[in-house]
Unconditional design. Structure first.
Length: 166
């Protein structure tokens, strides 16, 4: 920042000196040559920082900044994915509870999803807690297998404090 301040001060100084020089120059060809010289001096002053620029350093800084930006993007995508997984699991669990109510059953459900290769979160494991009979649980188990694609081996039922697999 100090370098930019010094450069700006140099440009302003040259502008003031050129204005003073043109004010004292006699009219005619001398004034024309004076304008040319002042213009060249001003141009040299404006372009003077260019040779001192560290383009490689700036390129390294920009590459580092872009890498940091990519890292932040990856972290944000991971956070969004984790939050989406929770929302999807809760939605599947609510779907099971609603379907159970339609069948006349009462239960609570918990669904655990797994991210597929396509990036989608699909149900992998279900856990249902219900005071209903084993026959009613089998009906619900078939629904979960057909609608959500969770095989019986990955369905768990808890009945009055006992845990059993479907």
């Amino acid at each position: 920042m100090a370098g930019a301040q010094q450069w700006l001060l140099s440009v302003l100084t040259v502008c003031i000196l050129c204005a003073l020089a043109q004010a004292v120059m006699p009219p005619g060809p001398v004034k024309g040559v004076g304008r040319l010289v002042c213009g060249l001096v001003l141009l040299c002053t404006v372009l003077s920082p260019l040779p001192g620029l560290d383009l490689e350093g700036n390129t390294r800084w920009l590459e580092g900044w872009l890498k940091g930006l990519e890292d932040q993007k990856r972290i944000l995508e991971q956070q969004v994915g984790e939050e989406m997984k929770v929302i999807i699991e809760e939605s599947y669990a609510a779907y099971i509870v609603d379907k159970a109510e339609e069948l006349g059953l009462t239960c609570t459900a918990q669904v655990f999803c797994r991210e597929e290769e396509t990036g989608l979160y699909l149900p992998h494991w279900t856990e249902v807690s219900s005071p209903d009979s084993q026959e009613a649980q089998q009906v619900l188990s078939q629904f979960i297998r057909q609608d959500l694609g969770v095989p019986l081996a990955r369905q768990s039922y808890i009945n009055q404090g006992e845990e059993r697999s479907a």
